[in-house]
Design a protein around this ligand. Sequence first.
Ligand code: NDP
Length: 419
Amino acid sequence: MSKVLIIGCGGVASVAIHKCCQVPEVFTEICIASRTKAKCDKLAAELAPKTTTKITTAQVDADHVDEVIALIKSYQPDLVMNIALPYQDLTIMDACLACGVNYMDTANYEPENTDDPQWRAIYEKRCKEAGFSAYFDYSWQWAYAKKFEEAGLTALLGSGFDPGVTQAYCAYAKKHEFDTIDTIDILDCNGGDHGYAFATNFNPEINLREVSAPGSYWENGHWVEIPAMSIKREYNFDQVGQKDMYLLHHEEIESLAKNIPEAKRIRFFMTFGQSYLDHMRCLEDVGMLSTTPVNFNGQEIVPIQFLKALLPDPASLGPRTKGKTNIGCIFTGKKDGKEKTYYIYNVCDHQECYKEVGSQAISYTTGVPAMCGALMLLTGKWTTKGVHTVEEFDPDPYLDALDKYGLPRSESHAPALVD
Ligand code: NDP
């Protein structure tokens, strides 16, 4: 019996909301609030006949703390699910603290304006000290730990697939398969084809910023940074087949390095086709991925935001995308003094997702874990106060919920390793 405020109504939120409505005994009432209320109303009207969850909607600009506070005060939720954009993480966390409500999200904070001098000074110091240059990192949200602890509240960070389920896989491996973990390789494969020469599977701005940034990995206690897309491997993925994959920086490496300190190396790989990479390189070369505003015919525009307006809406890819995703983690380490390897992963079919919730697998594999993370908090399975990432909690009930609600795990005790 709980009341949940969900902020955001895009590709990922839409799946999470569908899934919450499949568990009405826990999600008794939800309020869908976003910048564009019409999208919330449309989804609410579609779901209302299919669920006993009571759905209301609201307009909110979550860039403004006072608007979020006013909404929380009027709705009185037990939990706020932030499924808007990483830009809103801090304002929504501030509002949750002000109102005494638990918080969760699916991606760590990054600023919308990376030219902001105040942010830039802190960022440049962090680049030098930590040794990686991604725009996003956990320091901003970890800085809220004491405040959440003192308020007796929980903030669950990054309950999507990666970050999210991949960290639960690490916690599961640590709990059940290994005494010590030596290496972790996170492999994110999208074998889906939407038929466009170029489109992104989730918010283009967030996606292209992530992919065009330098890659990095954790090795022997420090970051190693490499030029974007400069480490390539091939891997034969179960139910997808042979794919090229590239080493990227990814946010969960940062928290895993902290929470599984014995790991000597942690890497993240994502598959990309040649057409995607060619387009991305060209767009980058001509300045279309820039976040710095330019003046065009007397109007200020941000190139990457203009590009977003031209690209297909990720939510529209659902009916066109065929094929499967395969995302998981390969571990090496020791159990009872013996060397061992282990691979845990999920395979998800784009068309099956579309049939069930009207979205492709990228939104599905993020939206289902968002609902399952909320389920853990609302049913008292995860109660630690403070600000925490997924691997800090018991993985068993979370993975059981994922098995049940659409993302079942597969495993192998003799996987091919990535060199
Ligand atoms: P979309 O762009 O499809 O949706 C974003 C939603 O947030 C839209 O409804 C948008 O409203 C709303 N929004 C944006 N700004 C504001 C604001 N200031 N106030 C209120 N609402 C706002 O994004 P996705 O659904 O693809 O991604 C959602 C989140 O999931 C992102 O944080 C993304 O990084 C994360 N993600 C995480 C993954 C993981 O595995 N962990 C994988 C994929 C995504 P409007 O309609 O007005 O634009």
